[in-house]
Design a protein around this ligand. Sequence first.
Ligand code: HEC
Length: 111
Amino acid sequence: MRLRLASVPLLVCCLVSTVTANDSEIFENNCAACHGVDGRARTPQGKKLKARDLKESRLSDEDLLRRIREGSRTPAGSWLMPAFADKLTPAEIEASARHAKTFRPAEPKAP
Ligand code: HEC
């Protein structure tokens, strides 16, 4: 009994770490040039384009996914953040969004 219970956290831990490695890889390959591996946008390109510190981002899941798919432009129409709809699969877009949210501080616990 004790043995079976002990294997549960092990399994969960391995599943989670596989997902996390993949998410961070996708983020590092597609987003980190601007947002930095730490999400804080302190890279030369991030500073130049004034990319957002993802720690401060509070976009809803829907808006976050839309931003990654569609990117964003200045009012004059030049690109700030590229659109990823044609560059990444929907699963990769979700993975990058998941990773982007890991920079946010933990939600305060409900009372
Ligand atoms: C070429 C640089 C560049 C790349 C690459 C890039 N971004 Fe951005 N990103 C920006 C800039 C600049 C902004 C700020 C402008 C804006 O808010 O529209 C931004 C804004 C954002 C925001 C909105 C934050 C907020 O709350 O307003 C999110 C989320 C985001 N990026 C996630 C990503 C993810 C995830 C990727 C990779 C799939 C990515 N970005 C790739 C430049 C980039």
